[in-house]
Design a protein around this ligand. Structure first.
Ligand SMILES: *Cc1c(COP(=O)(O)O)cnc(C)c1O
Length: 412
């Protein structure tokens, strides 16, 4: 069907009802957050806004679990990546990047573009990264040239989660002074993360995945050690610079006009998370992830699709990456699922381009929203004659029912 001027196919205009969103970012935004954003702009220094901003910074410290500094940028995750890099690494400095998948590769490319020398610890895209290999790379660096380890907690391309606490333990065993800089863009608000307790020096995140918010805000948290490294790191930077943002002056905190309306949305999004309780939020993500794996394992019976992450304990609880066999066009699955079956899912990234699709089950998600997506995917597999064993949705439904039977009332 010929696309219209917006690039939509004509029959899309006939669609009725709700479009389901199961991309691993952006994610669904609760109606109460949308309502909180439906308001007038205001004076830059209106106390109501300044109070909301203070609440956001306090809420972010609670989700990062840190007493360190938190910086907020009008950006996406890429902006937050750059903010972390330019504040603690100067051109010529060395960063160690454990390869977890497309996102560690992209962050590494950004570091190189900023003049940072990158040393990669090769990884297997079907596994979480091995903390011992990271420790070994640091132990081998006797001259302590490596200034920072850039670690992605959940690589959204591969659907694996690396054990951040174990990476810190390996760094300590190697007795290496490098900073631990962690990308939690896809994991914050979906699984446990404890910046201070785990010894993370810099944490990077963004608004649109686990935090119940629209895209447009990037966050970086830094502890005292990172702030000290920042002060000693001389390089060109302006918008991202931490120092003026620490002045306590509203206008400088945001390096100009604040994203006022986003701040009101974020405050509501964080309140949503705290009302449910982070522990229950994480448990909800676990059960929805497991239900997704049950469905994919059924479909996998015919040998054409399978879960990428081989070891269940290493799987992301926010996104499941499904790899497709020879001759199956994963991009087509994604397109049909969105344009015909009305559920948006993610495509394969980097080396997985055209060979994988991804089901997001993070953020404002409950069981029926997940069933809708799994049903749309199963319908897509049938529509495209992709070999699969039917009954994936039933397996997911059964998993949730069994969970509720044994655990009593839940938040999803
Ligand atoms: C989404 C994502 C990014 C990129 O974030 P953008 O907001 O798209 O720039 C980086 N890292 C991880 C792990 C992600 O999931």
């Amino acid at each position: 069907m010929a696309p219209d001027t917006l690039g939509h196919t004509a029959n899309r205009a006939l669609k009725r009802g709700r479009m389901f969103l199961n991309t691993p970012g952006p994610t669904n935004v609760p109606p109460r957050v949308q309502s909180a954003m439906h308001r007038d702009t205001m004076d830059l220094n209106d106390p109501e806004f300044l109070d909301a901003a203070v609440e956001c910074f306090e809420g972010l410290k609670r989700v990062f679990r840190t007493d360190g500094e938190v910086f907020s940028y009008i950006s996406n995750g890429h902006g937050a990546w750059e903010a972390a890099l330019v504040n603690v690494l100067a051109p010529g400095d060395v960063a160690l990047v454990p390869e977890t998948g497309h996102f560690s590769n992209s962050w590494s490319d950004m570091a190189k573009a900023l003049g940072i020398e990158v040393q990669t610890v090769p990884g297997d895209w079907r596994r979480a990264h091995d903390p011992e290999k990271i420790g070994q790379a640091l132990a081998d660096d006797r001259a302590h040239r490596i200034k920072a380890v850039l670690l992605v907690q959940t690589d959204t391309a591969t659907g694996t989660t690396t054990d951040v606490k174990a990476v810190r333990a390996a760094m300590n065993r190697a007795g290496h002074p490098a900073l631990l800089v962690v990308d939690t863009i896809a994991s914050l608000g979906t699984i446990d993360f404890r910046m201070d307790e785990w010894g993370v020096d810099v944490t990077v995140s963004a608004s649109q995945k686990g935090l119940m918010m629209v895209p447009g805000m990037g966050f970086v948290a830094a502890n005292d050690k990172a702030i000290a490294v920042h002060k000693a790191t001389v390089r060109d930077r302006r918008y991202w610079d931490w120092t003026p943002r620490m002045s306590g002056h509203g206008y400088r905190t945001f390096c100009g006009t604040a994203p006022q309306i986003h701040i009101f949305g974020l405050r509501e999004g964080l309140a949503t998370l705290f009302e449910e309780g982070l522990e229950r939020v994480f448990e909800r993500h676990r059960v929805l992830a497991e239900a997704t794996w049950k469905a994919v394992d059924v479909w996998a019976g015919a040998g054409a699709v399978e879960i990428n992450a081989l070891v269940p304990a290493e799987r992301s609880l926010g996104v499941t990456t499904i790899i497709t066999g020879e001759g199956i066009d994963a991009n087509r699955i994604r397109e049909i699922c969105r344009d015909e079956m009305m559920a948006g899912i993610g495509g394969g990234l980097g080396a997985f381009g055209g060979r994988a699709f991804r089901i997001g089950h993070m953020g404002d998600m409950n069981a029926p929203m997940l069933y809708a997506c799994l049903g749309a995917v199963e319908a897509t597999l049938a529509y495209l004659d992709v070999p699969h064993t039917p009954g994936g949705v039933t397996a997911a439904v059964r998993h949730v029912a069994d969970y509720k039977k044994t655990h009593g009332p839940t938040t999803f």
